[in-house]
Design a binder for this molecule. Structure first.
Ligand SMILES: Cc1cc2nc3c(=O)[nH]c(=O)nc-3n(C[C@H](O)[C@H](O)[C@H](O)COP(=O)(O)O)c2cc1C
Length: 361
């Protein structure tokens, strides 16, 4: 789950003891499930392409996407039954997540020698249309697809070399969206202020916390059963039985605890990355997702960790402040991430490919 969306389990030793066998944060079943997810598939086939697409970043790990084989390509459709009304009322993150999946899918196509052309079709609920043709080339970023994860760990404060920062900027540049990297401590501190302001509003919002709680998976059994959602161990929280996890969330998910965690994690990072786009439209939200996924894959390839901190772009009162602070003019700040060096975390799961195939023609 997002770090800010983590149950702070600082007290309650008795309750923790009651967790018994759930105290293991992973366990053989979860390890097997994550290993199966990373088993190579054949990207020359539709099912293989979809598999790699579903390994993409996506908001709350709700996996609000469906994939349809089309004449000469693949359509990626929004699954609005998995939208997040409280955290993502305008569906910005949902469409950005489609962009993340599209990027993985296009890289997978390239690895099987096919060229992938991207288009966004705005009619109806909108959809990504990927046209496939002969003549593509493998991109080294594809190798990072199975390894990438959002690492919600504390980092070690080391700076990222200038050449690697340049590689991140170059990788994240797509039509209509790009990344701004922030390494100046004074500017990081100002963005952190906005993160904490927005986080305070979110943690204080009953609708937001109720929605978040419904996507939390408090133990490996729950994460495996649904194949979606925010697995507690992926954010460094101990695994707990469902009822105990919900109780602890109600008790310990507080503004002060979450803000302290975010402040510590930002200060441990080498820098912040803000994805921004030309316009505030679903087509550009998708492009922002593509830029984000490419940033994440390039970071992974360079041994650099990353995690999201999207509070200031999710709240309508802080987003314009961030826009002004960063001098973005009319450009929309889409996503905020931190990056740096640090340990990996237990991985999040995905639903089976069969669950996200749209068979309608
Ligand atoms: C549009 C978007 C918004 C996200 N927002 C957050 C966030 O605010 N906090 C966070 O910790 N993770 C956030 N994430 C990361 C997802 O929670 C993560 O990708 C998902 O749980 C799957 O985990 P994985 O990326 O490690 O495979 C976001 C991802 C996307 C694509």
């Amino acid at each position: 789950m997002p770090t800010r969306r983590t149950v702070l389990l600082t007290g309650g030793a008795t309750l923790l003891a009651a967790g018994g066998g759930y105290m293991l944060t992973r366990g053989p079943d979860h390890d097997a499930a994550t290993a199966a997810l990373r088993t190579p598939r054949d990207p020359a086939h539709f099912i293989g392409l979809v598999h790699y697409a579903t390994l993409a970043e996506n908001s709350h790990n709700a996996q609000a996407w469906r994939f349809r084989e089309t004449d000469g390509g693949v359509a990626i459709l929004p699954d609005l039954s998995r939208a997040l009304p409280a955290a993502d009322g305008d569906h910005h993150h949902l469409y950005a997540s489609l962009g993340c999946a599209a990027e993985n899918l296009m890289l997978a196509a390239g690895s099987s020698g096919r060229a992938a052309a991207f288009d966004f079709v705005a009619e109806g609920d909108g959809q990504v249309a990927i046209a496939l043709a002969a003549g593509g080339r493998p991109d080294p970023l594809f190798d990072a697809v199975p390894a990438r994860q959002c690492s919600r760990s504390d980092y070690d404060g080391r700076a990222v070399p200038a050449a690697d920062l340049a590689a991140l900027e170059a990788a994240a540049r797509v039509e209509g969206a790009e990344v701004m990297l922030i390494t100046d401590p004074a500017m990081i501190a100002q963005v952190l202020d906005l993160i904490l302001t927005a986080n305070t509003a979110q943690v204080s919002d009953p609708a937001f916390t109720a929605e978040l709680k419904s996507w939390l998976r408090f133990n490996a059994r729950a994460a495996i059963a649904t194949g979606d959602g925010l697995y507690s161990a992926a954010s460094g929280s101990p695994a707990l039985p469902d009822a105990l996890g919900r109780f602890m969330f109600d008790r310990f998910f507080t503004v002060s605890a979450e803000n302290a965690r975010y402040a510590r994690q930002v200060r441990s990072s080498a820098g912040l990355a803000v994805i921004h786009s030309d316009h505030d439209t679903p087509a550009h939200w998708v492009q922002a997702g593509r830029a984000c996924q490419r940033f994440a894959l390039q970071a992974t390839a360079l041994g650099i960790r990353h995690a999201h901190l999207n509070q200031p772009v999710e709240r309508t009162e802080t987003r314009p402040q961030l826009q002004t602070l960063l001098g973005l003019g009319h450009r929309r700040p889409d996503l905020v991430l931190r990056f740096g060096y640090g340990p990996g975390m237990p991985r999040s799961l995905r639903r089976p490919v069969a669950a996200v195939i749209d068979a309608r023609v």
